[in-house]
Write a protein that binds this ligand. Structure first.
Ligand code: NAP
Ligand code: ZN
Length: 351
């Protein structure tokens, strides 16, 4: 077993604190990644605080992982020691069901994929997987992404979740020239969605509750900004969007945003508030609208996204922090006080 150091939440109400644990010895298809950076996704907070489900503690969050390979198993063909790599939200799946065969491991029919943290670890049959707020991780080579040459490793870490979660629906729903695309919520996911949608040639409009983000939205590439707390602005933009990507992390009014869609417009939910949604059927039936959802991309598409982002100069706007500031960072994310992703510098674990 490999001795590992990290930070864990020990209950829903406790702050994250140092935690020593063991990872499995690498098998022939595994690589060991020395973690350099890990982004803080709002999902980490939902999970650490048991907001979606009752998780098993201790939990080591973190699924926006970038590091370098320090060991390769004897059957590993895809990677070499020293390679810069990424690990996202999944570390395994059944590999045999229709979803896995379609390259959509996220939707694995065997009860979902093995999540990077908080899943049963099928390799040692006991305990659970632990995530990237730690110094190393052991992963099957098929769930490891190659960081493209020239990637800014710290600022690209958020692409492993926020990037793939926004790239996939923007591609699926064909955001591009002639399309008016709204990005609802300018947080970690939202700010990357703006950059990707703009690079695809769409007209991009940021829909935000935060007036103080309007300037940033334009700097990030948005053509215009709608302040959603101003009902007059919402009315002015009614029926004008082809596609809205909803990245909001908390309860919000869907009917107000569905009203912004054109005929045949789509609202695609990627945000995962911890409360059930309320939608009036009239908001969907009227205007022949589509209310859709989207999870991450599969491994193949995540690699495609990384290559696309590095080629187009897309990376996250980050605040790099030592791990000792992780609890403060959580509170700031919940307050919307982050521009636009915290990334933990994992070398701080040694301090
Ligand atoms: P984040 O950085 O906290 O951003 C969320 C944004 O939502 C905030 O910046 C804010 O934007 C807006 N918001 C927050 N509370 C709101 C409220 N009460 N009403 C309206 N808007 C509100 O979070 P994130 O890391 O981007 O994640 C966003 C959500 O996506 C989370 O629920 C996360 O769990 C989920 N997620 C899903 C997937 C997936 O597979 N589908 C993957 C990753 C994350 P403004 O200030 O601009 O209004
Ligand atoms: Zn995430």
């Amino acid at each position: 077993m490999i001795k590992t150091t990290g930070y864990a939440a020990r209950s829903a109400n406790e702050k994250l604190a140092p935690f020593e644990f063991e990872r499995r010895d690498p098998g022939e298809n595994d690589v060991v990644v020395d973690i350099m950076y890990c982004g803080i996704c709002h999902s980490d907070i939902h999970e650490a605080r048991s907001e979606w489900r009752s998780v098993t503690y201790p939990i080591v969050p973190g699924h926006e992982i970038v590091g370098r390979i320090s060991h390769v198993g004897s059957a590993v063909k895809k990677f070499n020691v020293g390679d810069a790599v990424g690990v996202g939200c999944m570390v395994d799946s059944c590999g045999e069901c229709s979803s896995c065969n379609a390259g959509a491991e996220y939707y694995c029919m065997e009860g979902g994929p093995v999540w990077t943290y908080g899943s049963v670890d099928r390799y040692n049959g006991k305990g659970q997987t632990y995530g990237g707020y730690s110094d190393k991780i052991v992963v099957n080579q098929d769930f490891v992404l190659k960081m493209p040459d020239g990637a800014d490793l710290a600022a690209s870490a958020p692409l492993l979740c926020a990037g793939t979660t926004t790239y996939t629906p923007l591609m699926y729903w064909k955001a591009g020239p002639g399309q008016r695309v709204g990005v609802l919520g300018l947080g970690g996911l939202g700010h990357i969605a703006v950059k990707i949608a703009k690079s695809l040639g769409a007209e991009v409009v940021v829909l935000t509750t935060s007036k103080n983000k309007a300037e940033d939205a334009k700097r990030l590439g948005a053509d215009s900004v709608v302040i959603t707390t101003d009902k007059a602005q919402l009315k002015e933009h009614a029926g004008s969007f082809d596609l809205i990507l909803d990245t909001v992390s908390a309860k919000h009014e869907f009917d107000e945003y569905l009203a912004l869609l054109k005929l045949n417009g789509k609202l695609v939910l990627v945000g995962l508030p911890s409360v059930p949604l309320q939608v009036s059927p009239f908001s969907i039936v009227t205007g022949h609208r589509i209310l859709a959802g989207s999870g991450l991309g599969g491994i193949r598409e995540t690699q495609e996204m990384l290559d696309y982002c590095v080629k187009h100069g897309i990376k996250s706007d980050i605040e790099l922090i030592p791990i000792q500031k992780v609890n403060e960072a959580y509170d700031r994310v919940v307050k919307g006080d982050v521009k636009y992703r915290f990334v933990i510098d994992m070398s701080s674990l040694k301090k």
